[in-house]
Design a protein around this ligand. Structure first.
Ligand code: FAD
Ligand code: SIN
Length: 547
């Protein structure tokens, strides 16, 4: 079989076993918010693969969190902007639910100690980003919103005696039997393999930016959660919808740092190498069009001018204001001898956010009993084909609360004793030539960048799909004993599924642009859905289903 059920063989009699009421995989905003919603009478274990809790996309969030926080704004307009950005694939029920719960969740963050930036009248200083028709993005520390929110929530978590945190702990696979989830197989370098049995499991492992060579995402975003859920039989949908952030710093040898959309929200322009402001040629909303449009326009202008980047310019804005408003971004630019306020800043699009993911309902439930999922790892229906800026932190807090509360109720209803059993469908131990995981990882990221990037076509997608299929034959049943190897297997599984779904969707919509099918098609107003079939034959994915 191309994708095995479990990545490692487990002899359950010779391994350490632990027990918890609620197991949460991932310590980003979604996982932490879920943990805070679990009843304090229940034990919670948060597992995270980084050496520190802080290593996640959430702490990197710059622009802010979107919500209706100004008396002159209203829910209907935020809903309409979200639906427009989502290009016909949002679930309006979910959009309404998330947006209407936004203000309460943000005031709760404030009550828990988050200091959002205030204006001179001590009201929230709200800004605008692409696709928003109103200033409704709350931010903190200027351009380090995620860092401030997570600082406050980590203090809350550490003050809860019922919550245990395991850093440096890699989740390899979910344990299931008869479509019920009972826990997970974990690994840490200090203690080796172990099983944590749980009454309820919440998957909050974040996104998949590391599948691409150029990304704003941290090292941990290797699509592990999506891949382990897929192996366990969860339904994944909309995987072809990858959001490329338009403005990622492009300097040879430099980190691909994000330059927040809020920079354009405050008035920055995009110019090409000739100094020409090109966005008004592509869209009447110019620099504040939704991200998919801005990214496509940048790629088109780069091709037109035969250059490898375009530039952000803020020269027409007040220098002191720019430095005060964006201290984090200014300090990154400064490291490369650039002044955000005075220099042209070289940028180009980079992989930023995964709209597709594990299908969940309004209770954050997956199709596997006992398994909820929350945050970027999911497809809730909020983002459709393209996420509206600053809506993902919002989704994480709204669905995080739902997931934690729901898991509490179900864990309390569960039988007192845990179910412990030996695992079925385990892989056979294999031996083979040692694999150079870093070499494969880098090549995989390059193939994704070249063939499954901002602009796609049949030839490129077919090449990517065929390449990943052939690699799967010798990589997926290889028996790795360390996280880099399991990450590679997860990355390969999800890369292949993305290429597969992108090949099938013969149209251009949101975060999926086909140069050979440049129009949006009414035949494609539906999600692609993939689900692992444990049939043992070569083709382990179902045909896309209509939603
Ligand atoms: P994360 O915060 O990524 O957390 C995932 C966690 O899972 C991590 O702790 C990771 O270590 C852990 N994990 C992963 N795999 C495993 C495994 N196998 N075993 C154990 N643990 C594992 N959104 C906005 O709304 N506003 C913004 O301003 C904004 N700015 C952004 C800026 C940047 C640079 C980036 C990268 C993203 C930004 N986003 C923004 C998107 C947003 O930050 C993310 O979508 C959101 O934070 C995801 O939260 P999460 O909890 O789902 O995942
Ligand atoms: C940004 O600050 O541009 C990122 C905002 C987001 O991804 O929502």
């Amino acid at each position: 079989m191309i994708v095995p059920r479990y990545l490692v063989p487990i002899d359950y009699k010779s391994i350490a076993h632990y027990f918890t009421d609620v197991l949460i995989l991932g310590s980003g905003l979604a996982g932490v918010r879920a943990a805070l919603a679990v009843d304090e009478s229940l034990s919670v274990t948060i597992v995270t693969k980084g050496a520190e809790l802080e290593i996640c996309s959430s702490t990197r969030a710059q622009g802010g969190i979107a919500s209706v926080l100004d008396p002159l704004d209203n829910f209907e307009d935020h809903i309409a902007d979200t639906l427009t950005a989502g290009a016909g694939l949002c679930d309006e029920r979910v959009v309404r639910f998330v947006i209407e719960h936004g203000p309460d969740r943000i005031h709760e963050l404030i009550d828990w100690g988050t200091h959002f930036d205030l204006d001179e009248n001590f009201h929230l200083d709200l800004t605008r980003e692409g696709g928003h028709g109103f200033n409704r993005v709350a931010h903190a520390l200027g351009d380090s919103t995620g860092k401030e929110i997570m600082r406050a929530l980590f203090i809350q978590i550490k003050n809860r005696p019922n919550i245990k945190i395991c850093t440096n702990t890699f989740a390899i696979d979910l344990i299931t039997a008869d479509n019920v989830c009972y826990g997970a197989i974990l690994y840490s370098p200090q203690t080796g393999m172990k099983i944590v049995w749980a009454k309820q499991v919440i998957l909050a492992t974040g996104g998949s930016g590391q599948l691409y060579r150029e990304t704003t995402n941290p090292e941990v975003t290797t699509a592990d959660g999506m891949a382990m859920a897929y192996r366990a039989g969860a339904r994944l949908r909309g995987l072809e919808f990858v959001q490329f952030h338009p403005t990622v710093l492009y300097l040879a040898g430099g980190a691909r740092s994000l330059i927040s959309e809020a920079v354009r929200g405050e008035g920055a322009h995009l110019i090409d190498k000739n100094g020409y402001r090109f966005m008004p040629d592509y869209d009447s909303r110019a620099e504040l069009a939704p991200r998919d449009i801005v990214s496509r326009s940048i790629v088109a202008q780069m091709a037109k001018t035969n250059s490898s980047c375009v530039y952000l310019t803020l020269k027409h804005l007040d220098t002191a204001f720019v430095h005060r408003r964006f201290p984090g971004i200014e300090s990154i630019c400064h490291q490369f001898d650039l002044d955000l306020a005075k220099d042209n800043i070289p940028i180009r699009p980079g992989a930023h956010y995964m709209m597709g993911g594990i299908e969940v309902d309004l209770d954050a439930k997956t199709n596997i009993e006992g398994l909820r999922a929350v945050g970027e790892v999911t497809s809730t229906g909020l983002h459709g084909a393209n996420r509206l800026a600053s809506n993902s932190l919002l989704e994480a807090v709204v669905f995080g609360k739902i997931a934690g509360e729901g898991a509490s109720i179900d864990a309390k209803r569960a039988p007192k004793d845990y179910v412990v059993f030996s695992l079925e469908g385990q892989c056979e131990p294999t031996s083979g030539m040692p694999l150079d995981t870093d070499d494969i990882r880098n090549t995989l990221k390059s193939v994704m960048q070249r063939c499954v990037g901002v602009m796609r076509d049949k030839a490129g997608l077919q090449e990517a799909n065929d390449t990943f299929m052939s690699w799967q034959k010798f990589i997926n049943d290889y028996q790795f004993k360390f996280p880099r190897g399991w990450e590679l297997q997860n990355m390969l599984t999800i890369c292949r599924l993305i290429a597969h779904c992108a090949l099938i969707r013969e149209e251009t919509r949101g975060g999926h642009s086909r140069s050979d099918f440049p129009e949006q098609s009414d035949n494609w107003k539906k999600y692609t859905v993939v689900e692992r079939v444990a049939s043992g034959d070569e083709n382990d994915i179902t045909e896309p289903l209509e939603n």
